[in-house]
Ligand binder design. Structure first.
Ligand code: C2E
Ligand code: MG
Ligand code: MG
Ligand code: MG
Length: 273
């Protein structure tokens, strides 16, 4: 019995901590945008051959005055629950457009940047207009602002998102399916999914691969994407061995710690220009 109580108390404390932590973040998030506590980091996307940087992904960080730098994994779920993610995403998209516009003004050859689009945004009927107005405001070609939608949203919200994504494609935006392979994506889905680029996440191939099937599947997916005229980028590439394998199976692009971690904007600019 005593044991039961101790365990109960342990779980209770953990639960309380997590609720208190969430409560605090919830209170802080509203002021955080105005106080400019959110910062964009960019992770380079590289050509496998020669490691040339061909693009980047904008990833948000919360520079919390007390808790320090907080990873999106620790606040995105909370922000999605409260709906605040819509405001934060719009902020990240705008900062990203400002950056692209700056490069254009400086006469650089523009590096496309992708942004993440949370599933909650698709409940906003003005999503397309909002994105279009944004690229028009900064006078940039929509192809430079790539949109990442995670695979599970394609699966769970197909009826909600297909029309919207097709409209965005017709406006010139490029659509990436993020985290491909993380869920139960079927080949059938790719038949009519509105997508231009598939992001294959290597991290989902964890565990050993005694039969070599994991590698064969990756290789087949890359070939299939090519047949479907979709671009493929491998994500979560951490080792030279993985990079070599990806080259062998003719995967053309990669993103991962092996090439670079997400870096502050000025560091990214130094890498590219
Ligand atoms: P994601 O969109 O799949 O972004 C890639 C995540 O993988 C990033 O984590 C990146 O730092 C991490 N990563 C990249 N290469 C490697 C690698 O080689 N190994 C490992 N272990 N990890 C790698 P991050 O920045 O913590 O973001 C996590 C997730 O939070 C993102 O996953 C995305 O779903 C979400 N997120 C980030 N920024 C935003 C945003 O502005 N809006 C929305 N809605 N979601 C965001
Ligand atoms: Mg992403
Ligand atoms: Mg991903
Ligand atoms: Mg990922």
């Amino acid at each position: 019995k005593g044991n039961y109580i101790r365990r109960y108390a342990f779980y209770d404390k953990k639960l309380r901590d997590s609720i208190l932590g969430e409560q605090e973040l919830k209170i802080d998030m509203h002021g955080a945008l105005e106080k400019e506590q959110f910062e964009i980091y960019i992770q380079p996307k590289c050509k496998m051959e020669g490691k040339q940087v061909i693009g980047g992904e904008s990833l948000v960080r919360w520079l919390h005055p007390v808790k320090g730098m907080i990873s999106p994994k620790d606040f995105i779920p909370l922000f999605e629950k409260s709906g605040f993610i819509v405001k934060l995403d719009a902020y990240v998209w705008e900062k990203t457009c400002q950056l692209i516009a700056k490069w254009k003004k400086e006469g650089h050859e523009i590096t496309p940047l992708s942004v993440n689009v949370s599933r909650i945004n698709f409940f906003n009927p003005k999503l397309c207009d909002q994105l279009l107005e944004l690229v028009q405001k900064y006078d940039i070609d929509p192809k430079y602002l790539e949109l990442e939608v995670t695979e599970s949203v394609y699966i769970q919200e197909a009826t909600l998102i297909y029309g919207v994504l097709e409209k965005l494609q017709s406006l010139g935006f490029h659509i990436l399916m993020d985290d491909f392979g993380s869920g139960y994506s079927s080949l059938n889905m790719l038949k009519d999914a509105p997508v231009d680029i598939i992001k294959l996440d290597l991290r989902f191939l964890s565990g050993d691969d005694k039969k070599g099937r994991g590698r064969d599947i990756l290789s087949a997916v890359v070939q299939m994407a090519k047949v479907l005229r979709l671009q493929v980028i491998a994500e979560g590439v951490e080792t030279e061995e993985q990079a070599k394998f990806l080259k062998d199976i003719q995967c053309d692009y990669a993103q991962g710690y092996y090439y670079s971690r997400p870096v502050p904007v000025d560091t990214f600019e130094k890498m590219v220009y």
